[in-house]
Design a binder for this molecule. Structure first.
Ligand code: G6P
Length: 613
């Protein structure tokens, strides 16, 4: 997704913008650009298709230093990746320059009036229209720059985060947001705008989160925020408590590997302080969900996308095991256009690492419009989804930079266990003995994940046995069926190997036709009520000369006898087994991608945070 950075102050603007953009690379992009303006109105626009390093030489060789500037990494939506479609975009006179994240849905309509006035557009983007509209409005001479921006954004349909500069006003950046994230970083006699915190966290920890419909005037020594009616809005800066090391690789080759190894800590952080003193109950100091609310629930809908969808899918199994409430699992991109029979006694749970995913956010808004309460399970504090929810259950995974989600997934599952126990106990659906048994086991999970990670080298060896395959099948049952889909998603995302995640019982209804000599089938076969059934599935694969890679419990001699490769995981209660079994699946995907020479942290065509539809 596009990333925005802006800086105003006395330091080297070009350098700060480049560093900020490099911290936004993880969001996925295909081109990048910056504009910087000097106090006397001279300006430079440097923009290029491809990687950020294409900008480095031209930015360093530029004639002017600048006192203000904005930069952008573009992930193409309207118009192919090219130099000319890269941001910043200028208005007709070359005075207004802007960077934009989002999609302007009515840009054709808006462009018509401009074309009639003789405007010509250089790019194929929707964003350029906004620059022209602002320039046009401002050139009438009736209003200030921020007022011109306010008028233009009021006529726009769609989503935007905008950073705008004007060569005649080098003392300010105008920032505006609706539907796409934008923050303002507060420094000492210098200020920033950015799409997210990692872009500026080496420079400041004080941030203001802009809300939808807000327009800000950012000067080097002041920030003023207004709503769309022009009324001032009082904003209180928040302190960011992530460390820079947390957002950087910390000695690991890739962010994804680092994040896989951070999982024991991430799970621990998510449960810590949430298990009551005697270990029998769950408490949420940060969320007031009352017993009467728990008792009146008749249905739960879980909505999410990507990996968060599979976490939600497992969440359905968890909630249905620990409570008496029926649970529906929905892809947010489908849910928002469907006709669910939402009622006031339904609860919608939105799951999102970033808290900014467009479809999940739209589903949340639809649910609330229909009178439903929304609880979100979110990682990024202060994100849009967290702000718009009735309750937020934060996962404490820390910043997740690798595009392929790992530690966010296990913490999302952890949050589901906690919430399900909380609900189950409040409603009297589970005994306190069962609840405390699960909680005891949950406390052991970080240690058990660490044990699996100790065998990383064996998993790497196993990845080498099938990395050349064109396709693979992942199968699991019950609690581990969503894990099979997540394992397949992981390998698709980062190694580009085609993979299918299937409920093992469905194998005979199609995917078994794929199995031939050496075809890799990854079978999740840990102890539980479907263990015997999984053994039968493994035998079926073996009988057709497929290559069985099994995830099984330590010392399982039955599986060892029939599988070609076994990755062992410690035993755990069946309900909690997904938290362990997903770890080898992540590492398998990681090492297959390594063997195939893929760019793991920035897989092609993918974005970390999908903030447009
Ligand atoms: C993108 C990311 C995935 C993520 C999904 C949902 O597709 O590449 O890793 O699972 O978005 O993102 P969210 O931030 O809502 O969890």
């Amino acid at each position: 997704m596009c990333g925005i950075i802006g800086y105003i102050g006395g330091n080297d603007v070009g350098d700060i913008l480049l560093k900020g953009l490099s911290r936004l690379e993880y969001r996925g992009y295909d081109s990048a650009g910056i504009v910087l303006i000097e106090e006397d109105g001279r300006f430079d626009v440097i923009k290029k298709e491809g990687r950020l390093y294409n900008l480095v030489g031209p930015v360093h060789d530029r004639a002017i230093k600048g006192c203000v500037g904005v930069g952008h990494t573009r992930w193409a939506t309207h118009g192919r990746p090219s130099d000319v479609n890269s941001h910043p975009h200028g208005d007709a006179s070359g005075s207004v320059w802007l960077v934009h994240n989002g999609i302007i849905e009515n840009y054709r309509e808006l462009s018509q009036s401009l074309v009639k006035k003789g405007h010509r557009f250089l790019s194929e983007t929707d964003s350029e229209i906004i620059a022209h509209l602002i320039g046009d409005e401002f050139s009438k001479g009736e209003v200030s720059l921020h007022e011109a921006v306010r008028r233009v954004v009021s006529s726009v349909r769609g989503s935007y985060a905008l950073g705008i500069v004007h060569r005649d006003f080098p003392d300010r950046i105008i920032a505006a947001r609706h539907g796409s994230p934008l923050i303002i970083g507060i420094g000492e006699n210098e200020n920033y705008i950015a799409s997210d915190v990692p872009a500026i966290m080496d420079r400041t920890r004080k941030v203001i989160y802009l809300e939808d419909g807000e327009v800000a005037i950012v000067k080097k020594d002041s920030v003023k925020v207004f709503d769309l009616n022009g009324n001032p809005v009082n904003k209180v800066p928040c302190e960011v408590n992530w460390s820079i090391e947390e957002a950087e690789k910390g000695g690991y080759e890739k962010f994804m590997l680092k994040e896989i190894f951070e999982q024991p800590k991430a799970v621990e952080n998510t449960i810590i302080d949430r298990i009551g003193p005697k270990g029998k109950t769950v408490t949420f100091d940060d969320m007031e969900f009352y017993p009467q609310q728990a008792r009146k629930l008749r249905r739960i809908y879980i909505v999410s996308c990507g990996t968060a969808f599979y976490a939600g899918y497992t969440g359905k199994y968890i909630l249905e095991r620990l409570t008496s409430i029926p649970v529906e699992i929905e892809l947010a991109s489908e849910f928002r256009y469907s006709d669910p029979k939402l009622q006031s006694d339904s609860l919608v749970i939105a799951v999102s690492q970033s808290g900014e995913t467009a479809d999940t956010l739209a589903s949340l808004r639809m649910a609330r419009e229909n009178g439903c309460k929304v609880l979100s399970i979110v990682n990024v504090v202060g994100s849009t989804i967290s702000r718009e929810s009735d309750w937020v259950l934060y996962t404490y995974a820390g910043p997740e930079i690798g595009v392929a989600s790992t530690k966010a997934y296990v913490t999302q599952l952890t949050a589901f266990y906690l919430f399900a126990i909380y609900l189950g106990e409040m409603r009297g659906d589970i005994s306190s003995g069962f609840a405390s048994g699960i909680l005891d086991e949950l406390k052991n999970i970080p240690g058990k994940i660490s044990k699996i990670l100790e065998h990383e080298a064996d998993i790497r060896k196993c990845a080498k046995s099938f990395y050349k395959a064109e396709s693979a099948l992942y199968i699991g049952r019950n609690f581990n069926y969503p894990n099979a889909m997540e394992g397949a998603l992981k390998i698709k995302e980062i190694s580009y190997m085609h993979a299918e995640g299937y409920a093992a019982g469905e194998m005979k209804h199609g995917p078994i036709a794929l199995i031939e000599d050496n075809y890799p089938v990854i079978c999740i076969c840990t102890k539980g009520k479907t263990y015997e059934k999984m053994i039968s599935n493994i035998r079926e694969v073996e009988a057709r000369n497929g290559q069985v890679i099994a995830i099984a419990n330590n010392g399982d001699s039955i599986v060892r006898e029939i599988a070609h490769n076994v990755i062992e995981v410690p035993e755990a209660m069946e309900e909690l087994s997904p938290l362990l079994n997903v770890v080898p699946l992540q590492l398998l995907a990681y090492y297959v991608a390594c063997e195939r020479g893929c760019d793991i942290d920035k897989p092609r065509n993918l974005a970390k945070s999908v903030t447009v539809e």
